[in-house]
Design a protein around this ligand. Structure first.
Ligand code: GLU
Length: 292
């Protein structure tokens, strides 16, 4: 057995716990269908549990109608879960918009530990700094140049009003063994820089929310798309800073369209909803995504 898995099973006597974590910012497409189908299959193979988490973290981009659609589309595909916003469970609430207190507590711990700092750079500053290392890497943000690194946090009660960044250990290689894609290695400060944990508009950033939720929901294995590989090393740094146990990771190859472009929610014609309404059977949708 993979070394990580063993330690995780010891940490989680109830066994395998996987999760489906869609963001309700659009309709699910065949790429999501494939990833979620693999997640469901791995949970089944391990005789484990599957948790649905509504990642409606971003109030500007999340829509209740997309949250409803994703539950319906996942069910239609034949994917089943035993904890989630629709059915409850011991680790709820299962919508990120209702979990702010958990994120705030983690922000406090990171701040007390000296891991984060407030950043007042504007979008324009950052765009101008968007030079070299990650140019052309469409899946990722540019390395933050460190302008606000020395900024003191002061005697403030909460995170509102600034972007808060995690100070990455420059030069350290962050490594993990992906259960699908094998050995991964990214160097902090070179492949990725100080990243956001809290947004100026007073919402937890994705990286922090996912780490907090995966730990609180006792997730043992994260199955998701390979576009998030570099997020994983950021999340491993947060996991370490917060003294949490890291889950195992299984990143799925991305589904591309006929032109080789990675599917995104803007590919409406390839949305599960559209294909379903055009009369296609669930097995056909999964076959379109290259599954099995
Ligand atoms: N909610 C994210 C998305 O829909 C996925 C997050 C994750 O799996 O960690 O892209």
């Amino acid at each position: 057995m993979h070394k990580g898995s063993l330690s995780r099973f010891l940490n989680s006597p109830e066994g395998y716990r996987g999760r489906l974590a869609p963001s309700p910012t659009g309709l699910l497409h065949v790429g999501h269908a494939r990833t979620f189908w693999i997640a469901a299959q791995r949970a089944r193979e391990h005789r484990g549990m599957l948790i649905l988490r509504n990642e409606d973290l971003d109030p500007q981009r999340s829509r209740a109608e997309f949250a409803r659609a994703m539950v319906e589309d996942l069910r239609w595909l034949g994917i089943q879960w035993s904890e989630g916003p629709d059915c409850g469970g011991a680790c709820g609430p299962y919508a990120q918009s209702e979990r702010r207190a958990h994120y705030l507590e983690a922000w406090r711990r990171l701040r007390e530990g000296g891991f984060i700092y407030p950043c007042v750079c504007s979008r324009k500053d950052l765009a101008q700094a968007a030079s070299a290392p990650n140019e052309g890497d469409a899946d990722d943000e540019p390395v933050y140049p460190g302008t606000c690194r020395g900024r003191a946090a002061g005697a403030i009660a909460g995170p509102a009003g600034a972007n808060w960044r995690f100070r990455v250990p420059d030069g350290e290689a962050i490594e993990f063994t992906d259960l699908n894609l094998g050995a991964q290695r990214y160097v902090a400060g070179r492949d990725f820089g100080d990243f956001l944990v809290w947004r100026r508009d007073d919402v937890s950033a994705y990286q922090l929310a996912v780490v907090v939720d995966d730990a609180a929901m006792r997730i043992t294995e994260v199955v998701r798309g390979a576009d998030l590989l570099k997020s994983t090393v950021r999340q491993l740094l947060l996991t370490r800073a917060l003294g949490l146990a890291a889950p195992d990771y299984f990143h799925c190859e991305l589904v591309r369209d006929a032109a080789g472009v990675r599917l995104a929610k803007r590919h409406d014609a390839l949305s599960v909803r559209h294909l379903r309404e055009s009369g296609m059977a669930p097995e056909k949708v999964l076959a379109m995504a290259g599954w099995p």
